[in-house]
Design a protein around this ligand. Sequence first.
Ligand code: HMG
Ligand code: MG
Length: 312
Amino acid sequence: MTDGLPMSVPASGLPARVRIHEVGARDGLQNEKATVPTAVKAEFIHRLAAAGLGTIEATSFVHPKWVPQLADAAELMPLLADVDAHLPVLVPNERGLERALALGVREIAVFGSATESFAKANLNRTVDESLAMFEPVVARAREAGATVRGYLSMCFGDPWEGPVPVDRVAAVARRLHDLGCTELSLGDTIGVATPGHVTALLAALGEQGIPTDRLAVHFHDTYGQALSNTLAALQQGVTVVDASAGGLGGCPYAKSATGNLATEDLVWMLNGLGIDTGVDLDRLTATSVWMAEQLGRPSPSRTVRALSHQEP
Ligand code: HMG
Ligand code: MG
């Protein structure tokens, strides 16, 4: 692979550096039909770190029956002891937090919903009940010295409820922020956002007093809008972007969710804009090609396909 870099032409009004929050091993693999062996997951995460990704969401300490693909979380974490990267994990409740803390994890994420339908489908709780469930989790995690990311799903549209008003999203985001989350990731779980909607939501969050430097964006690419939406968020000052190597991903409790924004597609654009990520695009692409072989199907990422000379 020698054609790994676009010409770098910076544009005004954009950050100098973006931190990529890699979610392929968690958001990607949680939605695979086949359960990936623990050793393959460990190798995937080692390879992602070697490609320069500094934050790699490793797994989830959720109920194993709800997400069987990640039921090996306790076996996986010890295999990652030598990984030189931040390795946050998802925990929905105190049971999940205790399991994670016992293994030495000090970076966690809770995951709430802006809509009642998804809160019920994903957490078996109302929005209020799920925030009540998170309250002791965030407090105990902070006491233990852990950072706490708060995901907020269905920030743009919901498969059961349709479009979600920005004011409702901003109100739930404010409550997550007030619980003590150190970062909030805005999830377009089913990929229906468009750039103007992203700008409007970020403005509503600003009106709620949530600082932009606490925000991350989490786009799924169902309608091919994830990169455009990311650019809109960068223009508003966001500098943390979630992405999934090779475009793996989805959500088992939202059937219309497809893969996340592919990390390679993101890095290609950021390289072109002269924005530093620390990621080696060739090594990352090789990792996604390898992972696609493990899964037995090609990566949906356009950049992976182009750089590995696969048919478009
Ligand atoms: P529940 O059935 O209501 O659980 O599920 P419960 O609290 O009634 O407990 C029932 C039993 O489960 C108990 O055992 C608990 O101990 C056990 P029993 O006493 O009956 O023997 N249990 C656990 N065991 C292990 N680990 C745990 C745990 N919790 C309870 N953590 C629950 C409630 C929250 C547990 C369940 O709904 C769940 O696990 N949900 C997770 C769903 C999930 O992981 N979804 C995908 C992640 S979200 C996402 O992908 C979106 C995102 O990418 C952003 C975006 O795109 O928008 C982040
Ligand atoms: Mg997701």
